[in-house]
Design a protein. Structure first.
Length: 459
């Protein structure tokens, strides 16, 4: 792995007093005189100089599932490990890149202030074989450079082996032999979203993938599967939730001890939730697995929760409402880079009217609307809003057009020359969906004014 750390140049001979160490998939040599601090998620090595008041810390973090793209892994880790801890600039520097033996490394350095004095940080991420591992170096004096190089150049990563799964079989919830199926992959996909990682204030981190949004907070991983249309074939099974469990979960896990939430009898607003002991087929990792299924308007949204144990799950998710609230983490910031282009939406509602006196049919009330926005790279926009409402046969129509300028910040879009020539400010966010994204706009002053737009083309 010596070539992977080009940001730290020079090859140092390892001294006879250095010690060989192993953490997770990493094996490396620790120089003499460094103090080890080992935790379940990271191994740190610290050295200080009481005379010069200098210090250095090297931390090797436990490997995690890769996004599938080495640069994306680096940018995500920079935000989580460097930016959130105030150890470097908000925008990651252009990293140096090396590839060797199936591993790709990205490394970059930055500066920060510690106790009023300058300090230095280095992040290196190594991606390969479906996982990524990060190393962070912090120091306030370059006197430790040679020893850091010695440790990093000795680093060797074990290629994850295909797990040998015990004699444990996937147990289907239903015995249906229908060929209804869903392919779930861990393929990355930012869906055209420029800022494809959201770091929430409560510690959760969200990233979009091809088939779901992955939301993580140590030690939990949650997959917010994109909506599944309830077809006639699915509906005809009369075991919709059980079929969804089998088709989403069994291809990827060996499960046992399956439990279903007891609603206590017939119910209208039923809670559909499964728990099971699970072994992931691709890694051999063991989990307490939960699957919450929420179906509305012909679409099922499935929340898959991976916990280290049932006790950990019950401590974190104390009510069914806390599980359902995880859907709110499918939320990503808006930038000018991914906003430019044409967006539109359409909707309609119809109601049959009957006389409360005679019971006779009194006609149909209808409302339809279509909204279209074009955001240009020069900071201008135009929008068109048209529709009709009222009783069929005497409906009222409207057609409004606006042209002005706009500006975008991560969670906000400001547009000039809206109604009566006024400036409007909107809450703005993306929701990742299969193959794309939805742009949600809510007027800050008039919250009833909302737009839910999909992209027509790329400019």
């Amino acid at each position: 792995m010596k070539k992977l750390f080009t940001i730290l140049v020079g090859l140092i001979t390892i001294s006879a007093t250095a010690q060989l160490a192993t953490f997770d998939i990493a094996t490396y040599t620790v120089p003499a005189g460094w103090t080890a601090e080992i935790k379940d998620f990271a191994a740190s090595y610290v050295k200080t100089n009481n005379k010069t008041k200098s210090w250095c810390r090297v931390t090797i973090y436990k490997s995690i599932q890769s996004s599938g793209q080495a640069l994306t892994d680096f940018n995500n880790e920079w935000n989580v490990l460097i930016v959130k801890n105030n150890w470097g600039t908000a925008t990651p520097p252009q990293p140096e890149t090396e590839t060797e033996d199936g591993w790709t490394s990205h490394s970059a350095a930055s500066t920060f202030t510690f106790e009023g004095k300058p300090a230095y940080s280095l992040l290196s991420t190594l991606t390969g074989y479906g996982v990524e591992l990060s190393v962070v170096v912090l120091m306030n004096n370059t006197e430790y450079m040679k020893e850091i190089e010695q440790l990093l150049f000795s680093l060797d990563l074990k290629k994850p082996a295909q797990p040998v799964v015990e004699n444990q079989q996937s147990q289907p919830v239903t015995q249906l032999t229908s060929q209804i199926g869903f392919t779930v992959t861990a393929a990355p996909g930012n869906h055209g979203i420029f800022t494809a990682t959201t770091n929430f204030d409560d510690g959760w981190v969200a990233q979009p993938f091809a088939d779901y949004v992955r939301v993580t907070k140590n030690p939990f991983t949650v997959l917010l599967h994109y909506g599944i249309e309830i077809t006639d074939e699915l509906r005809s099974t009369n075991q919709l939730e059980a079929v969804l469990f089998d088709r989403l979960i069994l291809p990827r896990y060996n499960v046992s001890n399956i439990r279903k939430f007891d609603n206590g009898g017939p119910c209208y607003f039923c809670i559909h939730f499964f728990e099971a002991d699970a072994v992931e087929k691709s890694t051999g990792n063991r989990y307490h697995l939960g699957l919450r299924i929420i179906t509305n308007n012909g679409i099922s949204k499935c929340i898959e929760i991976l916990s280290p144990s049932q006790a950990a799950f019950q401590q974190e998710f104390t009510t069914p409402e806390k599980v359902e609230a995880l859907l709110n983490y499918n939320k990503f910031a808006v930038t000018v880079n991914d906003l430019t282009g044409d967006w539109d939406s359409s909707s309609g509602a119809y109601a049959q009217m009957y006389s409360t006196t005679t019971g006779q049919y009194a006609g149909m009330n209808a409302s339809t609307s279509a909204d279209a926005f074009t955001f240009n790279s020069d900071g201008t926009y135009k929008s068109n809003h048209k529709g009709a409402y009222g009783m069929v046969g005497s409906m009222k129509f409207y057609d409004q057009k606006y042209n002005g300028e706009f500006s975008a910040s991560p969670w906000e879009i400001v547009m000039t020359k809206r109604f009566d020539g006024k400036t409007s400010t909107f809450w703005a966010q993306y929701e990742a969906v299969r193959g794309g994204r939805v742009l949600h706009l809510t007027d800050k002053q008039y919250s009833g004014s909302q737009f839910h737009l999909v992209r027509k083309n790329q400019k």
